[in-house]
Design a protein around this ligand. Structure first.
Ligand code: HEC
Ligand code: HEC
Ligand code: HEC
Ligand code: HEC
Length: 452
């Protein structure tokens, strides 16, 4: 009798355990519960139209639209599209012979991206000219891109001429550049970033949420170039993202036996490189904030509260415009922090101008030596190699948009090396021409040498 009772009890326990396990498994397999209201509109994968996403997320959308109305400038940044060339005319000399010497404006809000690229005077739409601007230039300007890359493939996209892409690229930067429809998780959308991470053996699907809050910006805020005749969008990251590794990449990657060059500097005949906007590489190269685990979104997309709602501010701009919100979350004394930013940026700016003066001196010396038929060709070539590197280093700091703030020590270190190389280039040119007068400094202030 006692045995039967035990058996029945064991049976009941087993059945209950099975039911419980079943229930747990069932619950595990249910989709994650939606917080708040369920989506009103179903968003198709890679939907370019941000206003549709906006119906589900009105706060994020409304704040995103504000990027169109920002006009306030800070000392070194801000949201008007002021001319870099008017502020610093040395850059007209440094970019002589290429489109940036004609039109080079400061960046502004994401809502402007498509309008600004369509309007820049750097475009060459001349159908007769084989050097027409490639479609690749649209790569970081539009929320239509993820869909187009998916449909055409990036190689096809890049080799289509800019003018032939204009009708297809219809929306400015938007939700689909950073989010996956449906889940709203942050994703890598630019195939060039995907490939650059893979080349380093990295898989962003394994990144933490905090890492994604930085890597989504690297879809666009990076150094890149257009490789080969198909103008294939490429990040020069296969050696790594430190400037020494990027430089190593450009020096060892050959096209038809030649190093990549964006243009040849007039009269010095130096094969030059133009740096884009390496915010990601610059910030992530061991900056204090990066090492402390701070992300781009922490400073540029702080949380805002409106009534009961708390959301990430999508009105991305200079954090100096809302320093309490952007920095105050971690630094209690925002006045002090603001003073630090001013000191850092002034120091980097002044150092940068000194570097520019050194590069202009090198340019003038190399021009003179190149015009002299008795100059030593081998020494002159060495001078050119230093000119190329010196300008690349300088531009890495100059084209980066924070005037050094994202990584102050790194900025000063790079500029110091650049100045040193420029002075060495100048000395080699003087030696090549056997002309000590080419050692003159401060030539930026002299009348422009003839032959321009
Ligand atoms: C610790 C805070 C902080 C972090 C983290 C940070 N930034 Fe910044 N960022 C700043 C400050 C401060 C400036 C300078 C703004 C100015 O001069 O008006 C700036 C400037 C910029 C600018 C130029 C803004 C303008 O007004 O022209 C861009 C673009 C930018 N950051 C992108 C990024 C990206 C991309 C990342 C991540 C890779 C990043 N930032 C990480 C604080 C930060
Ligand atoms: C430049 C990249 C970028 C774009 C473009 C962008 N977002 Fe975001 N979004 C972010 C980041 C970064 C976060 C913070 C995510 C996190 O912390 O996990 C975020 C968070 C969100 C969230 C989560 C809640 C919150 O506010 O933190 C929603 C919802 C959202 N975005 C909606 C949108 C919508 C709608 C659009 C288009 C109008 C959009 N986003 C465009 C980068 C972007
Ligand atoms: C799809 C490409 C793309 C992505 C992704 C992107 N940006 Fe931008 N960003 C741009 C472009 C292009 C501009 C310049 C637009 C112009 O000047 O017309 C810009 C401008 C800016 C500015 C200057 C705004 C101003 O008012 O001066 C800041 C700051 C900025 N981005 C930060 C970020 C941060 C932080 C992230 C990641 C959360 C991010 N961006 C992601 C392409 C992108
Ligand atoms: C998410 C937190 C966080 C945010 C947001 C943040 N910081 Fe920081 N900041 C830190 C940490 C952590 C350190 C390192 C502190 C230390 O080592 O004592 C730091 C250090 C600094 C330093 C000293 C760096 C040095 O190398 O001397 C300055 C200056 C600074 N922050 C400015 C800013 C500014 C300006 C902003 C807003 C644009 C900002 N921070 C936003 C966390 C943050």
């Amino acid at each position: 009798m006692k045995n039967y009772t035990t058996l029945i009890l064991v049976g009941i326990i087993l059945v209950l355990a099975a039911v419980l396990t079943g229930t747990l498994v069932f619950m595990q397999n249910q989709p994650a519960p939606q917080r708040g209201v369920a989506p009103i509109v179903e968003i198709k994968p890679m939907e370019p139209d941000s206003s549709l996403w906006g119906q589900n997320f009105p706060n994020e959308y409304a704040s995103f639209l504000k990027t169109k109305n920002n006009t306030i400038d800070t000392t070194y940044g801000g949201s008007s599209k002021y001319s870099q060339l008017e502020r610093d005319p040395r850059q007209k000399i440094l970019f002589a012979g290429m489109p940036f010497s004609k039109d080079y404006n400061d960046d502004r809000g994401h809502e402007w991206a498509l309008i600004d690229v369509n309007e820049t005077k750097r475009l060459n739409l001349d159908k007769e000219n084989p050097k027409r601007t490639p479609g690749t230039c649209y790569s970081c300007k539009s929320s239509t891109n993820p869909k187009l890359w998916n449909e055409l493939g990036m190689a096809e996209y890049d080799k289509t001429f800019f003018g032939d892409m204009t009708a297809k690229v219809t929306t400015t930067i938007g939700c689909s550049n950073c989010h996956e429809a449906g889940t709203m998780r942050l994703i890598v959308t630019n195939p060039a970033l995907q490939e650059a991470l893979e080349a380093q053996g990295k898989d962003w699907n394994t990144f933490s949420r905090q890492e994604m809050r930085t890597i989504v910006c690297a879809n666009c805020h990076v150094e890149y170039y257009f490789a080969g005749p198909g103008k294939y969008l490429t990040f020069p990251w296969s050696e790594g993202t430190h400037i020494d590794q990027i430089w190593q990449y450009y020096e060892t990657t050959l096209f038809d036996g030649k190093k990549f060059a964006d243009w040849e500097y007039p009269n010095t005949k130096t094969p030059m490189l133009k740096v884009q906007h390496p915010e990601y590489e610059f910030f992530s190269a061991g900056s204090t904030h990066y090492n402390a685990g701070v992300s781009c979104a922490d400073c540029h997309m702080p949380y805002v509260r409106e009534g009961a709602a708390k959301y990430s501010m999508h009105d991305i701009h200079s954090p100096l415009m809302n320093i309490e919100l952007a920095c105050g979350q971690c630094h209690s004394d925002t006045e002090k922090v603001k003073t630090r930013v001013t000191l850092i940026q002034d120091q980097v700016y002044n150092t940068k101008i000194a570097t520019e003066d050194a590069i202009v001196d090198a340019v003038n010396a190399i021009k003179a030596a190149a015009a002299n038929p008795s100059s030593d060709a081998a020494l002159l070539d060495q001078a050119r190699a230093l000119h190329r590197k010196s300008q690349y280093l300088w531009d890495f700091v100059s084209a980066e948009n924070s005037m050094g703030f994202h990584n102050p020590e790194y900025a000063l270190e790079i500029l110091a090396e650049s100045t040193d190389l420029a002075r060495q280039a100048q000395m080699l040119a003087a030696q090549a021409a056997n002309d000590p007068s080419l050692l003159k400094t401060g030539t930026y202030y002299l009348p422009a040498p003839s032959g321009n």
